[in-house]
Design a protein around this ligand. Structure first.
Ligand SMILES: Nc1ncnc2c1ncn2[C@@H]1O[C@H](COP(=O)(O)OP(=O)(O)OP(=O)(O)O)[C@@H](O)[C@H]1O
Ligand SMILES: [Mg+2]
Length: 289
């Protein structure tokens, strides 16, 4: 069976930026010239909607039921194809039983035609059939997190879930933990960054700042790197994509940065890099406390 490089974007907690990250990471790689397949495993169909595709999810459910190639549609985003999802996929938990129930997506991906450099899977916020199948189909896991106490708790549950699939999928690895919707001026941000760096040394990516252009983009059916080419959101996702690409593909991945000269730190005047040393209480804004 063909073994493609596959990344799952996972967190059991809802609303932390999984879909936003899956869509924009995929779109940034497409912008860099890679051929990407985005697989929407969430019955909410948010990744599909975010690239302008409305779908019932019945073709995907059918492909999984019949163990056949996934239904691929092209999108208006450069170099990005999509396996769309929708409400029909909400019933998937009921349909599948047996020992290999979590390996169905992996098997279907192996039969899916197309010359892709990377498959990116967006998951729902639960340890359901959908997420378990994504974890069994991937080698690389990206975990978007929000800087909160509950967000950290979700992250610990996530790490346990990934350990639980290791006996069946020994290649799986948390490649990147991405602090999303970050507010650098809040004390909690820095406290959580300390905890993240202690838990995942070398695997905490640059941050994605809270940015209104990111919130608006899904309504326009395009990633933020298309709707607001020069914005904090676009800058952050380009930078984080380069960072993850290096994590996954090693040093040679980004030696010729496609963004050289674009100024990925340009629009905001402050770096999105997450963990420079700081003065105690630097940038903590008394208004937010
Ligand atoms: N950095 C950001 N700045 C502003 N808004 C953001 C940012 N990241 C995500 N959002 C918004 O937050 C909401 C939740 O994001 P998203 O859908 O990516 O989360 P999710 O983890 O996929 O949610 P779910 O668990 O429901 O699948 C969306 O409206 C999205 O546009
Ligand atoms: Mg989502």
């Amino acid at each position: 069976m063909q073994m493609r490089k596959t990344v799952a974007v996972v967190n059991l907690k809802g609303g932390v930026g999984k879909t936003t990250t899956a869509v924009n990471f995929a779109a940034c790689l497409g912008e860099m010239g890679r051929k990407i397949l985005l697989v929407d495993m969430d019955p909410q169909g948010s990744a599909s909607l975010s690239v302008g595709v409305i779908n019932e999810g019945s073709e995907l459910l059918d492909a999984l039921q019949t163990n056949s190639a996934l239904p691929v549609v092209s999108t208006e985003v450069h170099n990005l194809d999509l396996v769309p999802s929708g409400m029909a996929m909400a019933t998937a938990n009921q349909w599948f039983t047996g020992d290999n129930v979590n390996e169905i997506l992996f098997q279907c991906l192996g039969q899916t035609r197309g010359d892709y450099d990377l498959v990116v899977i967006d998951c729902p916020p639960s340890l359901s059939f959908h997420t378990m199948n994504a974890l069994m189909a991937c080698q690389h896991v990206i975990v978007p997190v929000e800087a909160s106490f509950l967000g950290m708790n979700g992250l610990k549950q996530m790490a346990v879930a990934i350990e639980s699939v290791k006996p069946q999928n020994p290649d799986i690895k948390i490649e990147a933990v991405i602090p999303c919707r970050a507010h650098r001026r809040r004390r909690i941000h820095w406290e959580i960054m300390d905890q993240l760096n202690a838990m995942f040394p070398g695997r905490v990516s640059p941050i994605i700042r809270e940015n209104v252009a990111i919130t608006e983009a899904p309504g326009k059916g395009k990633p933020v790197i298309v709707t607001a080419r020069v914005s904090k959101g676009a800058d952050d996702y380009r930078l984080v994509t380069l960072w993850i690409d290096e994590q996954i593909n090693g040093e040679q991945a980004s030696t010729e940065s496609p963004y050289a000269g674009v100024g990925v730190e340009s629009s905001a005047g402050e770096s999105a890099y997450s963990y420079e040393p700081r003065e105690p209480n630097e940038e903590i804004n008394s208004d937010t406390y």
